[in-house]
Design a protein around this ligand. Structure first.
Ligand SMILES: Nc1ncnc2c1ncn2[C@@H]1O[C@H](COP(=O)(O)OP(=O)(O)O)[C@@H](O)[C@H]1O
Ligand SMILES: [Mg+2]
Length: 376
């Protein structure tokens, strides 16, 4: 039975492929964040933890590293919804569960006990195929899904501490099954943490509109905590660049253009002509922003807020971007809701509801905005 469970370890595979073709970039210091997560994991599960931050700030990488290093007493279940084709509940279940084709089993406790010892990092919650099919055929699937997971975790928790991690949960944010699926999940997460103290639940997202919505959600109030994983700070970035023998001049150019955006720094490590690479990245950013604005200016654009379809106004967009000519970040009160949502959806701005600030998704985007503003 055990051998039929495919433990995909997606993240590690992705990492290894990268190494084959490029210079090896090893995981770089995330000590404060790791410490914070470990402090949470050492406590009894009480709150849902939301890990958020700008795009490509290293959230998934951090989780991948962390789950690989967790002491044996923990059992992480990692589910990444990013890039998965999820159009309905069935698709979601297929991602959430890791189907075990090993044979028919009815007793969930026995099943959990039998596979527990050899499980390491699991992508998806293991379930015997017959139980999965049963759930699939039910009308009210979510009840059975949650009941299964609760029983499974109850058994797991006798030996190890389950840690359920859902990456990019906003992918199913709009999905409705007798009401929004995401709310049913939140209710279930509250049950796993606050009520039963059965499992740690970590929700990871790059979508700042989603985190804003979560933050203002009455149902979740007092039931979750938030953990920002931002780009590297200055010192961490310098240490990173030192590892790959950047000269002082190269370090300065890298910081001035990429800030501490890990993906951008990795690109530089792997490029033969770093100046050229930076130019390319910068041109791509500013070209993209320029095109987005041109489209809105010439064709207009609409955005849905709740049930309302709202017009995006070119002049408002320009007014907001102009604020970034002199400053790196602005406050929530300085933007109108429609423009804010437009910029977040287009991955140009990042909204931090906790610190109540709005800033470009990256240093590169900030510079690109300034460049574009010179010509409008
Ligand atoms: N701590 C780190 N050390 C080295 N490289 C990192 C680190 N964090 C992120 N990266 C690089 O940046 C890329 C983007 O990070 P990722 O975790 O996918 O971002 P996010 O999940 O926040 O969008 C990774 O594929 C990796 O190449
Ligand atoms: Mg990610």
């Amino acid at each position: 039975m055990l051998s039929t469970i495919t433990i995909r370890g997606m993240l590690n595979i992705k990492h290894k492929q990268r190494i084959d073709t490029m210079m090896e970039v090893t995981f770089h210091n995330r000590e404060p964040e790791i410490k914070e997560v470990m402090n949470i994991l050492r406590m009894k599960p009480r709150l849902i933890t939301f890990m958020y931050g700008p795009i490509n700030s290293g959230k998934t990488e951090l989780i991948s590293h962390l789950t690989g290093e967790l002491p044996d007493e923990y059992l992480p279940f990692y589910v990444n919804l990013r890039g998965r084709f999820i159009t309905g509940y069935e698709d979601f279940l297929n991602v959430l569960f890791e189907i075990d084709e090993g044979g028919a089993i009815d007793n969930i406790s026995e099943y959990a006990k039998s596979i527990l010892q050899d499980l390491k990092i699991v992508s998806g919650i293991p379930i015997p195929v017959n139980l999965f099919e049963q759930i699939f055929e039910r009308k009210d699937k979510s009840k059975d899904v949650f009941r299964y997971i609760e029983r499974f975790f109850t058994e797991v928790s006798k030996k190890r501490i389950p840690v359920l991690i859902i990456d990019e949960l906003q992918v199913i944010g709009d999905m409705k099954i007798n009401g929004l699926l995401v709310y049913k999940l939140f209710n279930f997460f509250v049950r796993l943490t606050k009520e039963l103290h059965l499992a740690h639940v970590l929700v990871v997202t790059s979508d700042s509109l989603f985190i804003e919505q979560v933050y203002s959600e009455a149902m979740l109030s007092g039931r979750c905590r938030y953990l920002l994983v931002d780009d590297f700070d200055y010192k961490t970035t310098m240490d990173f660049l030192d590892k790959y023998n950047f000269s002082d001049a190269e370090k300065k150019v890298a910081w001035d253009h990429c800030g501490g955006k890990p993906i951008c720094l990795v690109e530089l490590v792997n490029s033969e002509d770093r100046k050229k690479k930076i130019n390319e990245m910068f041109n791509m950013s500013s070209g993209r922003i320029e095109t987005e604005l041109k489209v809105v200016n010439e064709l207009g654009a609409e955005i849905t807020v709740g049930n309302k379809i709202c017009d995006v106004h070119y002049e408002s967009l320009i007014g907001i971007l102009r604020e970034f000519v002199e400053r790196d970040e602005i406050t929530m009160g300085e933007v109108d809701e429609i423009s804010k949502r437009y910029f977040v959806k287009e991955n140009i701005l990042f909204v931090d509801p906790l610190y109540k600030i709005i800033k470009p998704q990256s240093r590169l985007n900030l510079l690109a905005i300034r460049d574009v503003m010179e010509n409008v």
